[in-house]
Unconditional design. Sequence first.
Length: 442
Amino acid sequence: MKRGVAAALAGAAALVAGFLALPEPGDEHEPAAAPGFVVRDVRVFDGERVVEQATVVVRDGRVAELGPGLAPPPGLEVVDGRGRTLLPGLIDAHVHPWGDALAETLNFGVTTVLSMFSDPAAARELARTRDSLAPRAHADLFSAGWLATAPAGHGTQFGLPVPPLGTPAEAPAWVDARLAEGSDYIKIVYEPRDANGLGPPFPSLDRATLAALVAAAHQRRRLAVVHVSRLEPAREALQAGADGLVHVHADRVADEALVRLARERGAFVTPTLAVIAGNDSAAAGRPGPPRETERFAADPAVQPFLTPEQRRGLEAGRGARLSIFRLELALASVRALHEGGVEILAGSDAPNPGTAHGASLHHELELLVRAGLTPVQALRAATAAPAARFALGDRGRIAPGRRADLLLVDGDPTADIRATRAIVRIWKNGAPVPRRRYPEAT
């Protein structure tokens, strides 16, 4: 595997400075608090099921009532839901946020993100405010903090002070240190070379250290998720007890034994198809971005809302096509896993080349449907499923008492998943979020 493969999976080198530059709470223009509102006569996907017509009442940052035929309480704004669908705020289960990423993310109706590698100091302040219902202009962040990797291993190439480990005996103290820093879960990089010496150019944790890290996380009641890019390491990670794999392996289609193992262990897979599409080697002979990402970025429901930096990120796939990334192979693996009963979560791996924060989760949803999930299953993969797996509390569902992170779209994404991009309104903690447009560069 070429060096670029590992780099693309963890993030571009440009992330280094940005890891240290997430917004501080209150350092941006926050939306004004609102007493509440009503969405009347709207189709609702509540995170698990579809209600064809309902009225939803929101007060004080939470869903107060939901049901057919409710009369709007006096004094509240009434939003017409006819011909529209109300969704829970979306959850991106694999990102690497930096700079303005959390605001860019919210601009696409993604209200919560799960970071799979970021500076814990930058995330700590945001973690202190995420349980609040105060209005805010950025998505909420849950984070693994530093990833677990070998000395000079994958993740250390960016010059960040990643604390490595090399033996099973170090695992308990390593996990304790991450939890003391505020990590919400533990992410492990497992990329060993095969018997022929083939694999990433970086050193990897060995199998015993992988197992020790998983055990230490579980003893402390934390999830342990694993970065893999090939089938055999994926199998070994599941055998070690990993709760989830945060990429679909990219060397061959998932076999029946792997699918059965993942299902029996109750593990989930976050395929990150968007980053694979953005670097699909099948498009390597054609100038410009890969056709798949080029088409997505040009969507009139997407393009006007991309910052110049997001546009550059989507175009960056043109210089980062990697021989291991084959979109059709990855789609086939996701199909096999899904049909075999393995739970799939939606994650974009933004801002790696060929992706953009917020926007690429909508691309991921389309790709999951192409891989065999129904639109409703894909929507669940970006709402209730990650909320349940990562214990995100009152997120990912629309129900009385739940946080009012909401996304209103034109059309019916439960029939056509691309309708998630037709955004009408976004609410974070019950407060409306003005959507930003950006002029196209000339």
